[in-house]
Design a protein around this ligand. Sequence first.
Ligand SMILES: [Mg+2]
Length: 300
Amino acid sequence: MRVPRADEDDFAIRESFLHFAGPFAASGVVGEVGRWGDGVLAILLLISPRPRHPNGVTRLTQSLSYPRTDRGRSDPLHYCFFDIDGTLLSSGGAGQAAMEAAYLEIFGVGHPVEGISFAGRTDHAITTDLCEYYGVSFENGARERFVECYLGHLPRALATRDGRVLPGILELLEILESRDDVVLGLLTGNFRRGAEAKLKHFDLHDRFHFGGFGDHHLDRDDVARDAHGEATDHHGDEIPTDRLWVLGDTPADVKCGRAIGANVIAVATGGSTRDELEPSEPDHLFDDFSEFEKVAGLIG
Ligand SMILES: [Mg+2]
């Protein structure tokens, strides 16, 4: 979900122009249009859909883009990376239920999962372990079939489980969104489309503008590096580490925050208790985010 940074605007302008003008190229109309000047180009940009970026990555949704840039600012923006499960929301176990349903449907295996941790890990790592646990393989296209099956079960599981947005989250996001020096992103072990399904279910999806996801990495630290890379692309240069913030609910969230040099705010609303989080030494630790003004006040 990489988006063009400020100095890539030329790419967007050029691609948008070609998207519209391409069919007329053979007739020489492009050359004439090119001489009409910036006013015409501006009109073309308004009526032409935004192009796919050349790196082949599309945004989480078409509506997502960075709401603000560093251009003209004396201080860089604060980039906040939110974990999903146990931090923003509780799915009520919908993710695991959908995963188990997909294993049953694709592989015919369904005995209860024991001894495999889900919290703080990537979906890629979890499903790799579950394949070993069940004695099945993702070879020959089975991974793709499994992921599609999981994503099919997930909305139904979310609808039937007792999930919720966690305390203080709506207020915290509202405060941070209202500020002109903060950009909100995701740093989650979920498959990208799983993250989208969960956030849409709780009407949180459009609040986030970039992210790292758990589709391909076994190690959450690599997901953090992906998210950091996106933020760096947007910023156009290295972001001072005091402007990076990871918010998560497990020691793995703290660890991946350290991997990118971020400040870490831990919250004991998910996979770990306060006692389990303390040894990982987050910069700040909350029982929950009901003290949302205090949490927001730390950022900045
Ligand atoms: Mg979590």
